[in-house]
Design a protein around this ligand. Structure first.
Ligand SMILES: [Zn+2]
Length: 431
């Protein structure tokens, strides 16, 4: 099949599909035959026959070593990267090997893995697009199925996990994410070193037992070498970190502390709104949720006006909001000892305030005082917004993967999108 032919200084340059294939995907023990149109295909489909090079010996799929040929099976089709929206298949008659070590086995071919019907190049191609698009968009764009895209991502993730390097980790963060409408939890561990941020591990639920698996994966040497571990206040995480990474400075993450405080404010607002309603007062707290929770720089004009209105009332919700705004100063301190002094004063003030959810928050901060102050020790070594940033990306990915029903698929999508997993050195990048 001739793709292009044009006159060049009187001579004709012929570019054949075979020439291109040898350029982008050359296998030294095999040769490409003459491409042809597939018969009975529902859309234009190119078939490229492949033959073993003369005198080449097949490779045993059991041990990976060459052995004497035994016989040949029926032709198999392997889907390759599509060309101009036309499907491309390699057609090859598999040989069997009479292996002295493994017995009679089917040969191993370099363009595909095991029983996969998709070539490695096509799998990497689909996996590459599945990072940019959702899985169903990828499937639709390349006329393939969701399952093929899933399998391609699975292939890329397995390859990446097997080839990645975990040595030299210094800072990690642990976080949780809810999915399936909040019914299920996953525990996520990130690398949060200043120069390297990636998702390292995903575990079921958020139990001690599950989180210990992560440290098993790291191994003793890497765990002992950790300098910083960042987490929220979840007891199971605190226990495991204390036991498995005893030398690391354990930091309670700013993002999670402020998120917890926002929960307290929201609880105050909800209780108070119900109380006002029950007592027959005007509904001043209606539509106040976001103006109370948002930081000043994120508020809309309407929310600012609403807040100004609310400030005229001596409401618990407003006082809780002001307590949080006051607490923001904590993060500005340069010295841990001054920050500690501020923390003590702030919690004392809040404990006198008679606002129960905020008092509970103050108590929590008090009982984790040391870990919270570690934030100041680690500042500079790890970037403070990294856990929050990763958390947002995780939410984005799980939302994009709206069609995922199984935990396996969610995990694959997260590793693929956020794992910064290595890829082979391709001779040609198809995507
Ligand atoms: Zn063998």
């Amino acid at each position: 099949m001739e793709l292009a032919s044009f006159t060049f200084s009187g001579a004709t340059l012929r570019m054949q599909l075979k020439t291109i294939l040898n350029r982008v995907e050359r296998h030294k023990s095999f040769v490409y035959g003459e491409p042809r149109w597939a018969k009975d295909a529902s859309r234009p489909t190119i078939e490229v026959p492949i033959e073993p090079r003369a005198n080449s010996r097949p490779i045993c799929s059991g041990c990976g070593r060459p052995g004497p040929g035994f016989d040949r099976r029926r032709a198999r089709r392997f889907e390759f990267v599509p060309l101009w929206q036309m499907a491309v298949f390699f057609v090859y008659v598999m040989r069997r090997v009479d292996c002295p070590r493994c017995g009679v086995t089917v040969e191993q071919v370099p363009w595909a893995e095991g029983k996969h019907r998709l070539t490695r190049s096509y799998q990497w191609f689909l996996a590459g697009w599945a990072k940019r698009l959702s899985w169903s968009e990828t499937a639709a764009a390349f006329h393939t199925s969701w399952d093929h895209v899933r399998n391609a991502v699975d292939y890329a993730v397995r390859w990446g996990l097997a080839h990645r390097e975990l040595k030299g980790l210094e800072a990690i963060g642990v976080d949780e994410v809810q999915w399936k409408r909040g019914q299920q939890y996953l525990t996520l561990a990130y690398q949060i070193d200043a120069g390297a941020k990636r998702l390292l591990w995903i575990g079921k639920e958020r139990t001690e037992e599950s989180f210990r698996e992560f440290f098993k994966l790291l191994g003793t040497e890497v765990s002992q070498g950790l300098k910083y571990v960042c987490s929220d206040m979840w007891k199971a995480y605190l226990n495991v970190i204390a036991a498995e990474a005893p030398r690391a400075i354990h930091i309670l993450d700013r993002f999670h502390i402020m998120a917890k405080m926002n929960q307290a404010i929201d609880e105050v607002r909800r209780a108070e709104a119900n109380r006002l309603k029950a007592d027959g007062y005007e509904p001043v707290l209606k539509h106040s949720r976001w103006c109370l929770l948002k930081r000043p720089e994120n508020r809309t004009t309407r929310q600012t006006v609403k807040l100004r209105e609310l400030l005229q009332y001596n409401l618990q919700s407003v006082r809780a909001h002001l307590q949080r705004e006051d607490f923001q100063r904590f993060w500005e301190y340069a010295s841990p000892s001054w920050a500690g002094k501020f923390l003590d004063e702030w919690t004392t003030r809040v404990m006198r305030s008679k606002i129960e959810p905020m008092k509970k928050m103050a108590q929590t901060l008090r009982s984790h005082r040391e870990l919270i102050l570690n934030w100041f020790e680690a500042r500079g070594a790890i970037s403070s917004g990294v856990v929050e940033g990763m958390n947002n990306k995780v939410k984005l990915t799980t939302r994009k993967s709206y069609g995922f029903r199984t935990e396996e698929a969610v995990k694959l999508a997260l590793y693929h999108a956020l794992g910064a997993l290595p890829e082979p050195n391709f001779t040609h990048r198809f995507c």
